[in-house]
Design a protein around this ligand. Structure first.
Ligand code: ATP
Ligand code: MG
Length: 359
């Protein structure tokens, strides 16, 4: 008799679990049900998003998708949620079954799954939102840099130019070797100011939008570095050359020049410079990859900040120009780097500039 009751109860439990699973199966959101860190159920959308199969994911540890350094914190939050504490939405980069990372936001909620308490975690891909936010942030940063730069250039360049004029007069009356040195230093300062203005307010240098054959231009640019490429192996993977982009050619060329220059400077001994060009998802993709010194993780955010440089003779304006050019054309740029291994700069360029104030 007791056994009969137990069997009826376990049937009911099973049925209730199945009903619950069916309801979430048809949700458009990615949903995982888990208890004690074990995945009890994942819907189809979720397993596709995680690039795995249900069989692979159900039964596995749900913390497997969390990066090592965040696991303890997330585990603690889940415990709190299980005790009924309300949990806020968490934004995280998670690891999919194929090892790739993706930015998601997720929220956990306690649910009754069959006869036991479990957690339901709903997660949503926020890659696009993150990219848009970053683009907006970069644009705002560049806009304010532009305002400051324009102010500085205005205030400082004019007096420097008049000093240069007086030096010339002085040189005519009292030639002195120091005057030549002063002139050349002054010239450098004026150049830096002009550069800053150009990278921060590129619209001042109105250049027409033209069609650009990047395959051709990239090869020509490499040619300019020939004397520096003695110990550096060059590898190119240039595809989809029928796809051209439109934009301000000189700005783009200067940006690629700055990137190749950085890559070469990052490989003082031997190294390999790889350039890729291909078309994917409505964008022309260009990757500049070096096997150089790399950039520490905590410095990646500083890239593009004017005057940020680790080189004794660097102005720190190279990447500022690169970032502003790519952003102004509505493109995206990401830098991936590992110290002592190398750096990859990946640009996704729209065929037609987006949001560029065309002249
Ligand atoms: N490919 C790279 N590998 C390693 N570090 C890099 C790379 N690209 C940039 N960096 C780091 O970022 C800093 C800023 O680069 P940026 O091009 O803006 O200025 P710079 O190269 O120092 O000076 P400039 O470009 O004016 O000659 C560099 O000093 C360097 O430390
Ligand atoms: Mg540089």
């Amino acid at each position: 008799m007791n056994q009969l009751v137990e069997t009826m109860e376990s049937n009911e439990i099973l049925q209730s679990e199945m009903m619950y699973s069916q309801i979430i199966e048809y949700s458009v959101e990615s949903i995982i049900i888990h208890a004690e860190n074990k995945v009890l159920y994942i819907n189809q959308v979720g397993s596709e998003f995680l690039r795995g199969t249900k069989e692979q994911i159900i039964g596995s540890n749900c913390l497997n998708i969390i990066q090592d350094d965040m696991r303890d914190m997330i585990s603690e939050r889940i415990q709190q949620g299980m005790c009924g504490e309300p949990l806020e939405v968490i934004e995280q980069s998670i690891i999919r079954c194929d090892g790739t990372l993706v930015d998601v936001e997720f929220y956990c909620q306690q649910v009754q799954f069959g006869n036991r308490k479990a957690m339901q975690t709903v997660f949503r891909d926020i890659t696009m939102r993150k990219e848009t936010e970053k683009m907006l942030y970069d644009r705002q940063k560049m806009a304010s840099i532009g305002q400051i730069a324009a102010g500085i250039v205005h205030e400082v360049k004019n007096p420097l130019t008049s000093v240069k004029g007086f030096l010339q007069l002085l040189k005519e009356n009292n030639p002195h070797p120091y005057i030549l040195a002063m002139e050349s230093e002054l010239e450098k300062a004026i150049d830096t100011l002009s550069n800053l203005l150009q990278v921060a307010k590129p619209d001042l240098y109105s250049e027409p939008i033209t069609e650009i054959d990047l395959c051709k231009e990239l090869s020509s640019l490499l040619f300019l570095f020939q004397d520096k490429l003695y110990d550096i192996e060059i590898e190119t993977d240039i595809q989809d050359c029928d796809k051209h982009i439109y934009g301000k050619k000189n700005m783009y060329l200067k940006a690629f020049f700055n990137l190749i220059k950085n890559a070469i400077e990052a490989m003082p001994g031997k190294g390999k410079l790889r350039i890729e060009h291909y078309y994917q998802s409505d964008s022309v993709n260009v990757k500049i990859i070096d096997t150089g010194v790399g950039i520490p993780k905590d410095k990646i955010n500083l890239l593009g900040t004017p005057f940020y440089s680790n080189k004794s003779d660097g102005t720190g304006l190279g990447l500022t120009q690169v970032f502003s050019t790519i952003n102004d054309h509505g493109g995206q740029i990401t830098v991936h780097s590992v110290v002592d291994r190398g750096t990859t700069v990946h640009m996704k360029l729209p065929e037609k500039p987006v949001g560029f104030e065309m002249h």
